[in-house]
Design a protein around this ligand. Sequence first.
Ligand code: GLN
Length: 456
Amino acid sequence: TGACLTAIEGAGALNAFVHHTGDLAMDQAKAADARIKSGDAPAMCGLPIGIKDLFCTKGVPSQAASRILEGFVPEYESTVSQNLLDSGAVMLGKLNMDEFAMGSSNETSVYGNAVNPWRRSGDETALTPGGSSGGSAAAVAADLCLAATGTDTGGSIRQPAAFTGTVGIKPTYGRCSRWGVVAFASSLDQAGPMTKTVRDAAIMLGAMAGYDAKDSTSAELAVPDFEAALTGDIRGKKIGIPREYRIDGIPAGIDKLWQDGIAMLRDAGAEIVDISLPHTKYALPAYYVIAPAEASSNLARYDGVRYGHRAKLDHGDGITEMYEKTRAEGFGAEVQRRVMVGTYVLSAGFYDAYYNRARKVRTLIKKDFEDAFAAGIDSILTPTTPSAAFGLGEMTDADPVAMYLNDVFTVTVNLAGLPGIALPTGISDNGLPLGLQLIGRPWEEADLLSTAYALE
Ligand code: GLN
């Protein structure tokens, strides 16, 4: 813990940690030492980790990287972070992210962007660590902590993992409690671990997951011993390669990485099967209707009364002016865009044309996966992202849809509620990490981790 705190101090330029716990972390570390000495050491005992700023942490500022939650210090702990603390983890602080987890580059944060510790060979351009869990990814990649929590609504664990050469899992929807995690799009949001290795991810997921009566969508299922499941024996497993993920314009390096991954799995004894997920091309548009719709509803609670920031009012201003001024000041441009899109697609005249249609598409996407699994496919291998990490500022000037295209390989997993893991498997010509994604059957994270372990 001491070494991590020193490393964090020296790595201010990465802007990964946005709140520090300092003494509290040292106290937790000492308590963990005592637990270890007494022979009662649970899985995460004494391991210093970072928590994404989207998680409410008791007594520690939790702002979801938004101005509107300025000064908000929760009086309760999210279930996932509590589970980790109960398992002996030491909390070093809160990690940078895109505002309300909306973004793919960590550039919508009120704290300014986190920075990727990686650079292109022979080029000092600062790169994005990805988003929205960009601070988590940068901190793990730079060894500022041993692991971090992330959340993933459309790719926010897996894309930053790919951009920083780390491992990230989006568990099956319902595996980790959403209680105390600031809501973005409630039917898509899931918390998960971000780590250096597949084994670490297995250990941390085991500590985070589990039924929680406070989240009505939490699954009443036992949490398997994920670490014990890491046999690496994938002989006879059927791995699907979806032809719809071979999209135009993906760099040759990503395609080669995918082919190399396929060859590795085949050499390890897996059976490789070409499959079709025919509705894939509708996933991105459906996601960018459903996610903003749910966000506009979830974000209605930020009214300047109950939490955080409230605008200074002029004499004579009423409650409407208070809402308008507070929300105009408190939310950044991307969040405002999502609220506008969301309220539009939910409005009486357009509900059927957009929101209901997107929900129907979502059902079809889910059915594509169900059909593949019913045909005997155990897991599906795809690239995680259509490119390696890009330069800070490079995408923000373009139209927002260019940024949304980052999620092309990841959003299907959220729409279908499936588990997905991103892991580093190669390096680009200019020296950046590249990763592959494995998508699994619902509740089969153990199997997914074991396949990932064989690929690692
Ligand atoms: N980039 C996607 C978005 O902006 C995904 C974000 C996420 O998974 N939290 O909505």
